[in-house]
Ligand binder design. Structure first.
Ligand code: 4HQ
Length: 229
């Protein structure tokens, strides 16, 4: 899967993907991450990419022409990319949206914003607008990184075969069951005896109950589509 990112700060994408799962996915050729510097499409001698808002007000707005030129340049070289603008006004990102993005086999073109926002006419240049959460960031680089990280681990071959498909499909959409490792007692807190019992069927059932109970208590909003106990 190809990820293309249009950004004013390409260097910010180096270190987050230089180690761990993503780095291995890049080395093994499962994913490719290409940054494209928006500044190269800036206007005039100063390579301007932003300007004052019509109608007045504070902050700067990203002009549409450099973004359009960058999108045209990338899609000209890489046809079929699914174009995504990261903005607080987009659809809220979640695991199901990540799965949808992972299905775009030609790859993704992610447009990172900066400043107070982008000119409204940029929306017409993309296929989808996504928000990574209901909070306000200063920079525009973290949202595309979050998408790349979330989508990459869904791609075939990236994680290897871990959990059984049945367990995985049961627990998807729920919070995880509680995890324990050594020591058996830590500051008065004991590991639940069932986990030391060696009875794998009993352990499986206990974990399912815990995941359901924990989700019901902490995130009842997730229970709508969750599997029945
Ligand atoms: N932005 N999800 C980019 C966000 C954001 C979000 C504010 C968009 C800052 C530069 N983007 N500008 N939340 O907070 O996608």
């Amino acid at each position: 899967m190809e990820f293309h990112v249009i950004t004013l700060f390409p260097e910010m994408f180096d270190s987050p993907f230089a180690s761990g799962i993503i780095a291995r996915a890049v080395t093994t050729g499962l994913v490719e991450i290409q940054t494209h510097n928006l500044r190269e499409h800036g206007l005039g001698n100063y390579r301007q990419v932003d300007d004052e808002p019509y109608g007045g007000g504070s902050g700067m707005v990203m002009r549409p022409e450099p973004i359009a030129a960058a999108i045209d340049a990338v899609t000209g070289q890489h046809p079929g990319l699914w174009r995504v603008l990261l903005t607080p006004q987009g659809e809220l990102f979640n695991q199901s949206a990540a799965a949808g993005l992972a299905a775009h086999h030609a790859g993704l073109l992610l447009v990172a914003g900066r400043y107070e926002g982008v000119d409204e006419r940029v929306r017409g240049l993309v296929d989808q607008e996504i928000s990574i959460g209901d909070y306000v960031l200063s920079g525009g680089e973290l949202p595309p990184m979050v998408l790349i990280e979330t989508v990459t681990r869904l791609l075939p071959g990236v994680l290897g075969n871990r959990a059984s498909l049945e367990e995985e499909s049961f627990s998807s959409g729920l919070l995880e069951y509680p995890h324990y490792t050594r020591p058996e007692v830590f500051r008065g807190g004991a590991v639940p005896p069932v986990l030391l019992s060696g009875d794998h069927e009993k352990i499986r059932r206990w974990r399912r109950e815990q995941a359901l109970e924990r989700t019901r208590k902490r995130r009842p909003d997730l229970m709508v589509k969750a599997p029945r106990g």
